[in-house]
Structures are given as structure tokens and as C-alpha cells.
Design a binder for this molecule. Structure first.
Ligand code: GLU
Length: 503
């Protein structure tokens, strides 16, 4: 059997969204599972829809996620160039070839003429299709005489190349995920293969490249399923063996209805793109998973499970483990519903797997100013205390702000609960008894117990107001841990500040 070769073939018409990233991921997993190659090909023949920076973005996003191509415009390879705009000479060669067969013809109709025909059909309540019926009445090399065609060519009248769809043929198609189905060619139109500027359309360039690049499996979004009949016929027309096809289900909005769109990010409060993308024209910034604080490991893990279930309900899998397990036959037919809660859950899980040094390093990159000036051993203790409650690295800082700054105010509700007339007196006495030489969590815990016992007070009477004084609210890790990290001076100053200011 020939080597498995899979390609991801995005068009640089904007940033890669979640659906595109998942297609790339499944392409990658399938290639790795089968010891094959994963190819990135940029399909940039449609110059009108080209977006500045989109190609770079796609490559950067894949790199961030760890979905690294074996061959790409950036990585090179033996089947290049990997940008369609640089492959024109190859398409020209094959266009000539297909035009020698009965499978393609020249069409001279102008856009205005076709618009007019379309309008006439609409008037009759019909929908126009350039197909086996209408082509005989339109301006093309099937309806015109050889002399007329030559005349047009001599006059340099622009033309497109169209595929001549066979009449009344039942195509038996197969999709790895959806199984077998048939299509009658009469329902398909004569698609344009080459535009009047000589550039091939997606359909022609795509099958030529898949053939030339020896692609064995085409795994792509389900929006391309209606093109499958045409593609299979194009392979047949060229005398090539067609690859196997698998069309992936959509990623749906959180409520389960409709395709996730780029505007849904703002609407539902989660990113739809792997990384931030700035629209070069409007300068609008679309938020990304990376900048939102998701770890790439979590990103690829939750993405892979949007539409595929590994055996034994396993959820946490590394890229390598997913590649070992991946099975196209187990990809769901129905759309997968995106859930922000689930994505967050994955991030939390992966954050717990990081050791404290790694988390601190990431935190330092995000909050360099706030982190500076605090001893590393203290920072590591903060990380170790806050990590288990954190979804994102930044939560370590956000939920642990009190480690870095004394509270400026005290939460009203917490005050009612934790503070009464004798509290100030109790805390003042406790602060005075603090022993700077025994500022270690276990000893502090014992000290609080002994103090409360000595005064025949319930633990809550001491612990709660202490927490309030240190944190400003009734949140955070264990009080002795907080005391230890803040140290003798800072702890005492915060307690006395509360004693003096809370009335
Ligand atoms: N360029 C197409 C896209 O942007 C690729 C479709 C395919 O994979 O065949 O989706």
C-alpha cells in the first residue's frame, strides 16, 4: 500500500476558525496514526478573497497548537510549491490535457449575459443552472460551430473552461464517515474549472494538487460534500485514481442549533479562533484561545473531542495518545456542540499537570511587573496554593491578588458575618501574640488553635475575621498558609489595619 498522505488545504480568506482548526487536527491525527505525512497546502487562487496576513496566521496557529505539518510553504518538502498561486504552470498543463477530452469545453458567455439568463429564469419562477439542458442554448464550444469558436479565440474574447457534466448518470459515492450514497449527475451543473483570467477554480486546482501531491485521504469539512460528485468525475476524466474521502460534521453553537460563526465569540463570550486575529481592514480584533489563556494541550484535546469519542470514554489525551487512538470511523455524523464549560474544564485539568515552576514562568510572562520584587520561593508557594482552584494561569494572580496587595476595602457581607463588637479586641491581642520566629503554616495553625482555646472561643471567631483582615473577603486558601506567605510584618500590619479601621 502506498504511504498515507493527508492534506489540510485552507484558503487564506481570513483567520482559521475552530472548525478549520479541527479539520487540520483530524488530518494530522489520521496521518500520524497511519505513519503518514501531513501536508499543509495554501489554496490562494481566489485573489479577490485573499486576506493579508491570513496565511501567516494559519501557519502560526497550527504551530501554537502543535499540529505541525511535515510539508508546507514554511517547512518545504518534495511536493512543492505548497501555495497554489505558485503552481499555475502545473494547472495550465492539465487544463490543456482535459480540453483534449470530451470532459471540458470553452464557454464565452459574459457575466452580463448570464445575469440576464438568470433573470429570465427567475421571471418564470425557475432557477437557472448551467447544465446539460441549458448549455446547448448558451455561448460555448458545444453549441457553437468550430468556425465560430475559432473566431472568438482569434478575437481574444475571454472564456472560461467548464466541466461537461455527464447526462443522467448515477454516481455511487462513498464517504468514510457517512457511508455510501448516490447522486444523479442531472442534479449537478457544469462547474467552471478555469476562470477567464486563466486561473483554475478551487475544484480543478484542488484535484490536480491532491493528485500531484499523492494525497491518499481527503478529510475536510462537510460543506464540501456537495462537490464530491464533481471531484470524483474529475479524477475519472483525468484517468486518475481518486483518494478516499471523509467529510467532517460541523461545530455547532452552544445551544446546538446552527454553525458556529466568527461573531459567536463575542455573543457567547468565548474565542472562535486559535489566536487573536486583527482584521487588516477594519482593525477589529477577534480574540483567540492562546491569548485568552488556554494551553495548547487543552485546546487540541477539547477540539479533538468535538466530534470524536476515544475508546473507554477517555477524555484527557495528549496529541500522541490521540494519534494512537484516532479512528475516522468513530467520528460522529452529527454536528458537535461547542461548550465553553467543557473547554475550561480541559484547561483546568492541563493546568494541574504543570509543575509550579512552569506555571510561575507563564505567570511571570503575563504579569512581570506585579511578580517582580517577590521572592521566588514565596511565588512558588502562591502558585502551589492557587493552582488547584485555577482554570487559567492568570487566575493564580487574579484570585490571589491579596498576596500582592493589601485589601483596600472589606466586603460588606463578609463583615456582617465575621465581625462583631469584640472582634477588634480579639484580633489585636492575637496580633500582639504573633511570633515572628514561628511564621510557618503548621506552627501558625497551632498558634491560632491555642489562642482560641485559651480564650474559650470557637475557631470561627478567630479564623473568619483573620481571613477578612488579610484578604478583604472570606475567600482564599487556608489562613495559616496565607499568614506564612505574607510574613510576620505584612500579616501584622494587615490585622492591625482591620482592627483600627473596621467599626
Ligand atoms: N480550500 C478549501 C477550503 O478552504 C479546501 C477544501 C478541501 O479541503 O478540499 O476549505
Amino acid at each position: 500500500m502506498s504511504k498515507v498522505r493527508v492534506r489540510f488545504a485552507p484558503s487564506p480568506t481570513g483567520p482559521l476558525h475552530l472548525g478549520g482548526a479541527r479539520t487540520a487536527l483530524y488530518d494530522y491525527l489520521f496521518a500520524k496514526k497511519n505513519d503518514g505525512d501531513f501536508v499543509l497546502r495554501i489554496e490562494d487562487t481566489d485573489t479577490a478573497r485573499y486576506v493579508e496576513g491570513a496565511e501567516e496566521y494559519i501557519m502560526d496557529a497550527l504551530e501554537w497548537a502543535g499540529i505541525t505539518p511535515d510539508e508546507s510553504p514554511r517547512h518545504g518538502g518534495n511536493f512543492g510549491p505548497y501555495r497554489q498561486s505558485e503552481r499555475r504552470h502545473i494547472y495550465d498543463r492539465y487544463t490543456e490535457e482535459i480540453l483534449k477530452t470530451d470532459h471540458a469545453y470553452l464557454a464565452f458567455d459574459t457575466t452580463e449575459e448570464l445575469d440576464e439568463v438568470r433573470r429570465q429564469y427567475e421571471e418564470k419562477g425557475e432557477v437557472f443552472s448551467y447544465n446539460y439542458i441549458s448549455r446547448n442554448k448558451l455561448k460555448n464550444s458545444l453549441s457553437l460551430s468550430a468556425g465560430e469558436v475559432q473566431k472568438y479565440l482569434d478575437e481574444n474574447i475571454p472564456y472560461v473552461v467548464r466541466f461537461r457534466m455527464p447526462v443522467d448518470r448515477i454516481l455511487n459515492l462513498e464517504d468514510t464517515i457517512r457511508g455510501k450514497f448516490s447522486v444523479n449527475t442531472n442534479t449537478l451543473d457544469d462547474k467552471v474549472l478555469v476562470k477567464n483570467d486563466g486561473m483554475p477554480t478551487y475544484h480543478l486546482a484542488n484535484i490536480i494538487d491532491d493528485h500531484e501531491m499523492e494525497i491518499t485521504h481527503v478529510i475536510r469539512g462537510e460543506e464540501w460534500l456537495p462537490s464530491l460528485g464533481l471531484h470524483v468525475l474529475l479524477y475519472e476524466a483525468m484517468g486518475w485514481k481518486s483518494p478516499e474521502f471523509a467529510h467532517l460534521p460541523l461545530i455547532l453553537k452552544p445551544e446546538g442549533k446552527g454553525k458556529l460563526s466568527k461573531r459567536d465569540g463575542a455573543k457567547f463570550g468565548f474565542p472562535v479562533f486559535p489566536m487573536n486575529f486583527t482584521d487588516p481592514e477594519t482593525k477589529e480584533v477577534y480574540p483567540g484561545y492562546k491569548e485568552h489563556g488556554y494551553l495548547p494541550e487543552a485546546f487540541v484535546n477539547f477540539l479533538a473531542l468535538l466530534g470524536w469519542s476515544p475508546a473507554h470514554d477517555r477524555e484527557i489525551l495528549s496529541l500522541e495518545e490521540m494519534a494512537e487512538e484516532f479512528d475516522l470511523h468513530k467520528v460522529h455524523k452529527a454536528g458537535a456542540r461547542f461548550s465553553k464549560e467543557k473547554a475550561d474544564w480541559f484547561n483546568h485539568q492541563y493546568l494541574q499537570k504543570k509543575n509550579d515552576d512552569e506555571v510561575l514562568e507563564m505567570l511571570n510572562e503575563m504579569e512581570p511587573v506585579r511578580m517582580s520584587g517577590i521572592a521566588e520561593d514565596k511565588l512558588l508557594k502562591i502558585v502551589s496554593l492557587m493552582k488547584e482552584r485555577a482554570t487559567f494561569v492568570k487566575d493564580v494572580y487574579d484570585n490571589g491578588k491579596f498576596f500582592f496587595e493589601a485589601p483596600e476595602s472589606f466586603d460588606e457581607k463578609a463583615l456582617k458575618k465575621a465581625w462583631n463588637e469584640d472582634t477588634a479586641e480579639i484580633l489585636k491581642e492575637f496580633a500582639e501574640k504573633l511570633d515572628a520566629s514561628a511564621f510557618e503554616s503548621l506552627l501558625l495553625k497551632q498558634a491560632i488553635h491555642d489562642f482560641a482555646d485559651g480564650k474559650s472561643l470557637g475557631m470561627g471567631k478567630v479564623m473568619m475575621p483573620l481571613r477578612l483582615a488579610l484578604v478583604g473577603e472570606l475567600k482564599g486558601p487556608d489562613v495559616p498558609d496565607i499568614l506564612e506567605i505574607l510574613g510576620y510584618e505584612e500579616s501584622k500590619s494587615r490585622i492591625l489595619n482591620a482592627v483600627n479601621n473596621i467599626r
